[in-house]
Ligand binder design. Structure first.
Ligand SMILES: [Zn+2]
Length: 278
């Protein structure tokens, strides 16, 4: 399977919020998405990055605060669908979209992917959809980004069928074989958002990638086991679980130097993969 790490737009925010002890200046947080080209299932995405719908959905108050807090830069050529065209892919070629969690910077192009199946942890969406819309902001959720036929194309992860992971994945003990062929393993990364899902994905050369979404905003957080500023805890539904997940990622990182561990918004990491991998 071929893996390409891309991003659609970026926002800016102070580094010292994203990581304890960070600098007092704003840095870029690219909105990563990944393209998987699987021999049997064809082209698939992990998340989608931003789209112009982010701006449409944040025109009015109080949602306008969302774009004030995280000012977004997005060019036409950055859109996931436009970047896919560079791989000779049309939206109808994308068979599946694996959704890490439902924050707007991860799902803004779902409406452009009108043919795909959406795979996500059940509690990632069930909690949000039942909230009064007045609480959307608190959860960085813009419900206008959810396609109208979302339910009919959803394929929630069957949490009654976890698989035991080998020592190779320690300290992660259980996961979900999302396609049934062992190529894409979903794992729970609790803390940052309800039902956040990370992915272990193996490429055609046997190299393992671990997409950890927003379990850490910067790779350095994982390397140094260094959490965000404590003010960021107000953004998380479970800050204790966040800390525990970060500790697990740190321990995984130390014991698996050959795995590419990839947070979704770390500019250094995304720059490293900027050249398409094949
Ligand atoms: Zn997030």
């Amino acid at each position: 399977m071929k893996i390409d790490i891309l991003h659609a737009g970026y926002c800016t925010a102070p580094e010292h919020i994203a990581i304890h002890g960070g600098r007092w200046r704003s840095i870029h947080f690219p909105a990563m998405f990944a393209l998987f080209r699987h021999p049997k299932f064809g082209a698939m995405l992990f998340d989608t990055g931003y789209s112009h719908r982010f701006f449409d959905e944040t025109k009015k108050f109080p949602k306008r605060f969302y774009r004030w807090m995280t000012p977004v830069t997005l060019h036409e050529e950055d859109l996931a669908v436009n970047q896919l065209a560079g791989f000779d892919l049309r939206p109808q070629d994308i068979s599946h979209v694996f959704i890490s969690h439902f924050h707007a910077d991860h799902i803004a192009s779902l409406p452009d992917l009108a043919w795909s199946r959406f795979i996500y942890m059940p509690h990632a969406f069930s909690r949000l959809r039942n909230l009064p819309s007045s609480e959307d902001m608190k959860h960085a959720f813009l419900r206008g980004l959810i396609p109208s036929d979302f339910d009919s194309r959803s394929q929630e992860v069957d949490m009654s069928k976890p698989i035991l992971l080998s020592e190779e994945y320690a300290p992660f003990k259980t996961g979900y074989d999302l396609l049934g062929d062992g190529f894409i393993i979903g794992v729970e990364l609790p803390g940052h958002a309800h039902g956040q899902m990370g992915l272990f994905v193996r490429d055609e050369n046997g190299k393992l990638f671990f997409f950890v979404a927003d379990a850490a905003w910067l790779k350095r957080s994982i390397v140094e086991n260094r959490p965000p500023h404590k003010i960021a805890n107000i953004l998380f539904p479970d800050s204790e679980a966040y800390r525990e997940t970060l500790g697990n990622l740190h321990s995984y990182y130390l014991t698996h130097p050959d795995t590419h561990v990839i947070p979704s918004h770390c500019e250094d990491t995304i720059q490293f993969f900027k050249t398409p991998q094949g």
